[in-house]
Design a protein around this ligand. Structure first.
Ligand code: URA
Length: 196
């Protein structure tokens, strides 16, 4: 089984066994999308309405913006892997509850382990809080944190504003676009470091 097939199998098994309460109200599960061999794993908050209907992450307005930013650094959705802290839409797009994030954690953590990306891009404060707690997005966006996470070892995390939060806010939007441009150099630097 190649890595992509292994990831598909993992997502199928987790969709079956996940104990998240959000499963009861969601239309579809949104496991994630992209390459199992990706250098970059992007993690958002939770699926919204469009994502819930189509079973794919980031396909609404925020997703289009994310795709544009990926395009600006020469990447497409297929070159990265995109997922969320929870795999089911919270009713009325409310924030995911801590227990929902906990319930979906074995799934997210297994995705990180299997994909084993060079860089994990945390989109917004929910994803940030799960992996690098104690940070403030207004101060820590655009920064890399090398952080040890239980069960996942020491990894490189890059904090960004959430595309949905920045989409319609001129200054945040500019900041996010600018921060996003840093990604290729960060990945190159990590690759060089890991070769040593
Ligand atoms: N916002 C997210 O955080 N994730 C999605 O998949 C869509 C919108």
């Amino acid at each position: 089984m190649n890595k992509q097939e292994q990831l598909q199998k993992l997502n199928d098994e987790m969709a079956y066994s996940c104990t998240c309460e959000l499963k009861k109200t969601a239309t579809n599960v949104v496991p994630g999308q992209g390459s199992a061999d990706a250098d970059i794993l992007l993690i958002g908050e939770a699926p919204g309405k469009n994502e819930d209907l189509q079973g794919k992450p980031f396909i609404g307005a925020a997703g289009k913006f994310l795709e544009e930013m990926l395009g600006s650094i020469g990447l497409s959705r297929e070159d990265v892997y995109i997922t969320n802290t929870v795999k089911y839409r919270p009713p009325k797009n409310r924030d995911p509850l801590p227990e929902e994030v906990v319930a979906c954690w074995p799934w997210l953590s297994a995705q990180v382990e299997l994909i084993d990306p060079k860089l994990i891009v945390l989109l917004g404060r929910h994803a940030m809080n799960r992996f690098v707690p104690g940070k403030k997005i207004s101060e820590d966006h655009g920064k890399v944190f090398v952080h040890t996470v239980d069960g996942l070892g020491t990894r490189d995390f890059f904090v960004l504003y959430h595309p949905a939060a920045a989409l319609y806010q001129g200054s945040l939007r500019k900041t996010l676009i600018k921060d996003f441009q840093k990604i290729p150099k960060i990945v190159e630097k990590i690759k060089k470091r890991k070769k040593k």
